[in-house]
Design a protein. Sequence first.
Length: 391
Amino acid sequence: MLRFQTAGESHGEALVAFLSGLPAGLPIDFTYVHRELQRRMGGYGRGGRMKIESDSARFLSGVRHGKTIGSPITILIENRDWKNWQLAMAVEPSEEAASKYKPLASPRPGHADLAGCLKYNFPEARYVLERASARETAARVAAGALAKLFLKAFGIELASHTVAVGGAVISPQTITFEQVLSLRDREEIVLNCVDPEAEARMKTEVDGATEARDTVGGVFEVIAHGVPAGLGSCTQWDERLDAALAQGIMSIQAVKAVEIGRGIENAARPGSQVHDEIGYDRVQRRFTRKSNRAGGLEGGITNGEDVIVRGYLKPISTLRQPLESVEFATRQTVRAAYERSDVCVVPAAGVIGEAMVALVLARAFLDKFGGDSMGETRRNFENYLDQMRRF
Ligand code: EPS
């Protein structure tokens, strides 16, 4: 079974990703993994931290001579900023740290600060925010890059693009997977939108938020192309793949809603304008669809169309012009704490979304086809493709 977890604090020494269950014999493209980490750091509206970091993955286990060996993979990503936080984040007890450290005394509305302090009985927010921070997603992207390399070996590719930033929404149009994939060839990510006119409006939204000392959210879309029909299951609630994808996307910091296909629009339409009519291509001997409003999933099972998932992001909760809060020590009304923040992270969230969708799909793929080596997984997969051709 493919499993992954991460560890590490935002301003601690490093982040760690742990991934087990990948078959032996998958070649690792280290340049690709590095590029994925760099993609996550970019985009218009990123803050000061990204000027300090330069994320790169150091493999500690599970890979030998450039290929997976079936054992657990551990990846370490250094936090460059740690050198500025060694005292505040000291692992050993330190009197110097205790005397010099200024506690983060007033929780930020929208962040995990208050709920976390209540849960763990902490006197100040640093204990909570260090792990709640979206910095953790660098480790997810590293693990996700391996899931992507695995899927690519079976013809499955993923890409993401920005659908909305604040009130600036892309105009209705047909967007192909190739168009979204080609965004990766751009020199600058900007807002990772396929439509230059909409991207200009999105940029204005970010500029407006920056000027107002505010933050802005938005919507990203992840598309997985080449996914075979038959991943997931309709037989149990927790085996439905749409549910697993929703969990994967919802687990990304600042995501507050998830949509599969045109799920939101579809709720307001009659069934006749929602469901994707079925055709048959006698030459290619495959079933076809005229539309893909279901986002590639029916009954919790992939149907062979592109898998399409959207994540809706709230604006980042650390505000330059902070909202009202309460100081832990005095219970006095004060303004929430501010250190520094991003203004907009929608393109970065798209990259993280790709990682999460890849990890969920790779798990479902291995649940169905198994295999301890790439050769075994491939034989099982080819066998299934053959069964489908003869259906
Ligand atoms: C992030 C690192 C963080 C923030 C952001 C994401 O760095 P710092 O807290 O040191 O400024 O830029 O974190 C959040 C959005 C958050 O809510 O904590 C990163 O590496 O992506």
